[in-house]
Structure formats: C-alpha cells, structure tokens
Design a protein around this ligand. Structure first.
Ligand code: TMP
Length: 203
C-alpha cells in the first residue's frame, strides 16, 4: 500500500533512539529526500493525549488495557499522520512501533505475544513496514547513559528485570529477522552512519 517508505527505530530507554531518528530524518532531507519524523505513542493529537495518560504514574492500567491504549494511539496516529504522508510518497521515520508492544506488553508484562500480534495486525492494516531497526544498547548501559530512570514516567518506574525482559524480546525479534540489529557500541555518529546505510539500501 505504501507509496512512500515506513521506517521504524526501536530500542530500550537510553539507547539514543530519538536522537538517531532525528539525525536520520535530517540526513535524508539533506540528501534531497522528503522525510518526516514521528513517534509512538503519540504523533497526532489524540495519540499524544493517550501518551500522557499512558505515561502518567497516577494510573495503573493492566497489560491488556495498555495493549488497547497503545493500539488506539497507534491507529489514530496512522490515520491522521502516517497513511496520508505515505500516500504523498514521503519517507516516514517512526520512533517506536508494534515491536515495542511485543517487547513491553509481551516480553515485559507477560501478555501472550500471539494475541498481541493479532491486535497489531488489525491495528496497522493496510500498512507494511519497509525497515525496522533495533539500536542494540542494554538497559544497564541505557539507564547509565541517561543518568538513571525518570520517575515521573510510569514505565521507567519498572524494575531492571522488566527492562531485561524487554531487551531480550527485542533481541528475539532480531534473531527472527523481524528487526535489523544496529550495533551501537561506537560513537553516536558511527551509529547514525550504520542506520543511514541500512535505510539507503531499501530506498
Ligand atoms: P518513549 O519514552 O521512548 O517515547 O516511549 C514511551 C514508553 O512507552 C516507553 O517506556 C516504551 C513504552 N511503549 C510500550 O510499552 N508499548 C508500545 O507499544 C509503545 C509504542 C511504547
């Protein structure tokens, strides 16, 4: 269905994912492409409102509620931003997508991943993902880099064991070929170059 390209970057907290997303969009635009940056949960007004609810420590949704809230935000974001941009032939770079739902609600919270896959499938149809990458930084390194967890963020209040399971989930998706693993042990610039190279190979 895509006239444009849909590209996803995934990673655990502190992996430098958001920074890498904006470096990628800047590099694509500097090279004459028409690229936009967006994120999940969020990217559109209702989805951003759902993001605020999802990350607010005042609430404690269970894993199923989280799945549906992230999915509602995703559908709104796709309808309002992603589908129109792809129809115009743009490159859409998305900070997190369905792989985060599998990693956090599936591997992290223990929700059945086949159930999540069915919900994801229904949520994103008719979108196809052109390239999904995982910035490989462990949660230990990620949280050390960002100077510890942000306790005003509900998800970041989770234990290190939770983020270990999330990380293992992302690694399993790399092993199955769903995600392309990006080695992030070098400098920020070196990681950006690896990401840019992987993207230009599919353009
Ligand atoms: P961010 O802070 O990286 O923007 O992500 C917000 C949080 O939401 C982060 O802790 C990961 C989490 N998340 C899920 O649990 N499930 C999802 O489907 C998505 C997209 C994010």
């Amino acid at each position: 269905m895509n006239k444009g390209k849909f590209i996803v970057l995934e990673g655990v907290e502190g992996a430098g994912k958001s920074r890498q997303c904006s470096l990628l969009v800047d590099a694509l635009n500097a090279n004459g492409r028409d690229a936009i940056l967006t994120r999940e949960p969020g990217g559109a007004p209702l989805a951003e409102a759902l993001r605020r609810l999802l990350l607010d420590p005042a609430y404690s949704p269970d894993a199923v509620s989280e799945l549906y809230m992230y999915s509602a935000a995703r559908r709104d974001h796709l309808n309002k931003v992603v589908f129109p941009a792809l129809a115009e032939g743009k490159i859409v770079v998305c900070d997190r997508f369905i792989y985060s739902t599998l990693a956090y609600q599936g591997y992290g919270r223990g929700l059945d991943t086949e159930f999540i896959r069915r919900v994801n499938e229904r949520t994103v149809t008719p979108l196809t993902v052109d390239l999904a990458m995982f910035i490989d930084v462990s949660p230990e390194v990620g949280f050390a880099r960002k100077g510890g967890a942000d306790k005003s963020d509900r998800l970041e209040r989770e234990s290190l064991q939770f983020f270990r399971r999330v990380y293992d989930g992302f690694k399993a998706m790399c092993a199955s070929g769903e995600l392309v693993s990006i080695d992030a042990s070098g400098s920020k610039e070196q990681t950006a170059q690896k990401i840019y190279k992987a993207v230009t190979e599919i353009l």
